[in-house]
Write a protein that binds this ligand. Sequence first.
Ligand code: UTP
Length: 307
Amino acid sequence: MQKNQDVYKAVIPVGGLGTRLLPATKVLPKELLPVGRRPMVQYVVEEMRAAGLENICFVTGRRKTLIQEHFDHDPELVRHLQDRGLDELLAELAYLESGFHLTYIRQSGPQGLADALSLAEDFVAGQPFVLALGDSIMCEPEMGSLLRKMIREHLEHDVAATIAVEKLPPERAKAYSFVLPQEGTAVQAEVFEVAEVSDKPPQPSGNWAIAARFVFSPAIFAAIRRSRPSRAGELRLTDAIRILLRQGKKVQAVPLSPDQRHHDIGSFGGYFRAFLEFALKDHYYGAEVRSYLEELMARKEEWYGDE
Ligand code: UTP
């Protein structure tokens, strides 16, 4: 694991209501919905650790205390497994022992992502830091490599924000915010300067959707303070990034490489896609799931109209 001396803190907001996933999220925080074998937010924490970020701050909200429970030690459960010699299951709890430090801050209500982030200003204490959305999983051959690259580029170019971006097919693009590159950016650029942030998909050529991972300098907090709530009463992160740009601060984007994939699990479409991928890749059940899927694909006529 590569360690970065200058960036070692991450903020993971988990205070939203998860309304798009109702009724699954009526009681269970969306960030705890299982994807394959783990609750989705556990992958996010493991990614932070892999990127050398050992200080993690969750911004939580009402009905989110179960997230804290998930990352709490449970001596009774450990003793139970030890007494029965269930070593494989004990190993599944190793995520609790991996030496990270967790802080929890509570957002008083779902007043937007930028509001959630603003609460972590004291936690980041004037240093550049990572923001990772708690409902998004990054699949990559080497866990943490996207963030390590973003941190490297951020420090090297001394910018106010570094944003992960990806190209999306038009049918999935509608739900996202986008960045527009500065003119003259090479199509294959490893990192490019951002000219504008847009809440509507631009032309396919400029189709760079924001992909749930950011490195920010502390200037983002002053920009959030300057931004105004949207009509829905939320402080939006895209508005704060726009303010950074208007102030003449540099914002850059790092495109995901072809072998990196971002799963946004805020909607059922994203959730189903992610779960399917993790189930198909499962080391134990993957083969069984793959053959069941083939069987299902051969019975297309039975698909229409679920429940
Ligand atoms: P989303 O906007 O996707 O989550 O925020 P949401 O608000 O829970 O979703 P819907 O629209 O009601 O279905 C992305 C991440 O930011 C957190 C969410 O918990 C999610 O992990 N978030 C969002 C906050 O922490 N606070 C907020 O006010 C909003």
